[in-house]
Design a binder for this molecule. Structure first.
Ligand code: ZN
Length: 309
């Protein structure tokens, strides 16, 4: 299997407007796509990332209005890590304090400082201040200078009580390899390694069993270059005896889905065609984008969605 790292991460939110404000204004990501949940077109699917929503930068949300809060814990993708330059800790500490954003205690993890931040629904984001090379360019932002900006994902942390079967899947089938261990955290990487590839396995037995809901991750997606690599991955997952979906065309990428043995929903998504499939780089996120099969229903879909400016 030829995975290239993390592709996108999708989480659940309860308030579309608050979600847009937090990710664009507070974190300085670009709002790259306003679309609908293709399996539930009465609700939005919102995407944030770098200037084009490049694979490895796109954090996306299903904002179900009024959705009850979930409980972060075991059996979930517990935290989403963002890669930020090592010297930017004070910028973010000052900024988040001034904006009265909830943060957790600063941690040292491997060689990096990590500041946990929580969005309005309680979703945990780890700002990872790292000296590891990361050449990705942050989204242009009026509020966050480029040198302090989020460069994309650093890692996804899976909280698992008994991670053996998940680690076997990652290392025997998905091409991941151990990059380091520290306390109750083991870090795995794939392909060229570095920020944007890491999957951390956290075996913190004090965490409760996770419950899905607002403020929790719905699934994490891994990158493949093209359809051929995705087909090969599909074959390998099937060979391992896991149930896997057929290829689903999501317009911006093609996807296959399977649940790993620890309970986290995994997806493998193609890098192509990307978010400029139906909008120019300049106008990304400015109109409601619908996949071609839903376009005939645009009027009724737009009428049912809450306004979002
Ligand atoms: Zn997805």
């Amino acid at each position: 299997m030829k995975l290239l790292g993390l592709h996108h991460i999708t989480a659940i939110a309860a308030d579309p407007k608050g979600n847009v404000d937090f990710y664009t204004r507070v974190l300085g990501l670009r709002f790259v796509k306003k679309s609908v949940n293709q399996d539930d077109p009465g609700t939005y699917h919102l995407y944030y990332g770098d200037n084009t929503g490049s694979p490895g930068t796109a954090l996306t949300f299903f904002p179900w209005i009024g959705m009850r809060r979930g409980r972060p814990g075991q059996g979930q993708a517990y935290a989403t890590g963002f890669s930020i330059a090592a010297g930017s800790l004070e910028f973010w500490r000052e900024r988040l304090a001034r904006l009265k954003i909830e943060t957790g205690p600063l941690e040292t993890r491997f060689n990096d400082q990590v500041l946990p931040v929580f969005d309005g629904d309680g979703l945990r984001l780890d700002l990872v201040f790292t000296a590891e090379p990361d050449a990705r360019t942050p989204a242009p932002s009026a509020d966050v200078p480029a040198k302090h900006g989020i460069r994309g994902f650093h890692s996804a942390t899976l909280a698992l009580a008994s991670p053996g079967a998940t680690i076997a899947l990652l290392t025997e089938t998905m091409g991941y390899r151990l990059a380091g261990e520290s306390g109750d955290r083991a870090r795995y990487t794939v392909a060229t390694g570095g920020p944007g590839t890491y999957v951390d396995i956290l075996t913190d037995q004090s965490l409760p069993r996770g419950l899905n809901g607002a403020g929790t991750v719905h699934h994490i997606a891994f990158r493949v270059a093209d359809d051929a690599a995705q087909f090969a991955a599909h074959t390998e997952i099937e060979r391992r005896g896991l149930g896997i979906s057929p290829v689903i065309d999501r317009a911006y990428f093609k996807s296959i889905y399977y649940r790993e043995p620890g309970g986290v929903l995994f997806e493998i998504a193609t890098d192509q065609p990307g978010f400029t499939f139906d909008e120019s780089v300049e106008t990304l996120g400015t109109t409601l984008s619908l996949p071609p099969r839903l376009e005939p229903h645009r009027a009724e879909i737009e009428a049912a969605l809450p306004p979002l400016t």
